[in-house]
Design a protein around this ligand. Structure first.
Ligand SMILES: Nc1ncnc2c1ncn2[C@@H]1O[C@H](COP(=O)(O)OP(=O)(O)O)[C@@H](O)[C@H]1O
Ligand SMILES: Cc1cn([C@H]2C[C@H](O)[C@@H](COP(=O)(O)OP(=O)(O)O)O2)c(=O)[nH]c1=O
Length: 218
């Protein structure tokens, strides 16, 4: 009898320009080299409906109430869980997502001031106790992330927010990293690309060894 083990769910977090997307591809190939099926995905988005919600959420002409924004983020997440994340984990694949619920606590909570208690209700409603197995948080000062984003792409609705908004987002991430220190690993994203990658590899290799020693069959 073949007993299929559930895959692992890894998320990347950080303020815009922290370097998440740059390092995601590396992690995917690291895990694929170990023989795993790996799904790379992102939030908001990654389903047909989720990508439409993403367009509404990121379009700078689309002003919206902070609670509308929050509900749309969780609506996109519900689809993402149902159509992509949970089926992949159940068939044994590993899933790496560029952002997940920590982003709602950081952006809608820290950035927009939506009370954590409300976010926790939505989290419980949508996730029913499900959360990532590992989160890598790339921490960068706002000035650095701004410079990177400005030279890399056209700003979306969030990236047009002032520095103060991103300071609050960053503080909320740091606070959450303290609160969930077992799950959320902080990497200094302000270093050179090579140095950040080395720090990330260390985090991922530790996680990998912990899985192996706890009996996870690779
Ligand atoms: N450690 C780094 N040093 C210098 N530039 C970086 C570093 N990390 C990312 N970048 C650059 O910053 C820009 C934004 O990076 P990206 O990975 O898209 O960030 P995010 O996905 O977190 O928004 C890209 O042009 C990328 O090449
Ligand atoms: C998932 C999520 C993203 N966001 C925001 C953060 C980003 O500014 C934006 C899109 O995410 P993303 O594509 O990761 O942006 P970037 O590549 O610039 O880091 O959506 C929230 O505000 N709340 C959420 O729950």
């Amino acid at each position: 009898m073949i007993i299929l083990q559930r895959g692992k769910f890894i998320t990347f977090e950080g303020i815009d320009g922290a370097g998440k997307s740059t390092h995601l591809a590396w992690l995917a190939s690291f895990l694929r080299d170990k023989g795993l099926e790996v799904i790379v995905t992102r939030e908001p988005g990654s389903t047909a409906l989720g990508e439409q919600l993403r367009q509404l959420l990121l379009d700078h002409r689309q002003a919206m109430h902070a609670e509308t924004e929050t509900l749309l983020m969780f609506a996109a997440r519900r689809e993402h869980l149902d159509k992509v994340i949970l089926p992949a984990l159940e068939r044994g694949a590993w899933v790496i997502s560029d952002r997940f619920t920590d982003a709602s606590f950081a952006y809608q909570g820290g950035g927009r001031g939506v009370p954590s208690a409300r976010l926790e209700i939505l989290e419980q409603w949508v996730q029913k106790g499900f959360s990532p197995d590992l989160t890598v948080y790339f921490d960068v000062p706002v000035t650095i992330s701004r410079q990177r984003v400005q030279s890399a792409r056209t700003a979306d609705r969030f990236e047009l927010e002032p520095d103060l908004f991103f300071e609050r987002v960053r503080q909320a991430y740091l606070q959450r990293a303290k609160q969930f220190s077992e799950r959320i690993r902080v990497v200094d994203g302000s270093l050179s690309l090579e140095e950040v990658r080395t720090a990330m590899v260390e985090v991922v290799e530790k996680f990998w060894s912990a899985q192996a020693s706890s009996g996870y069959r690779m």
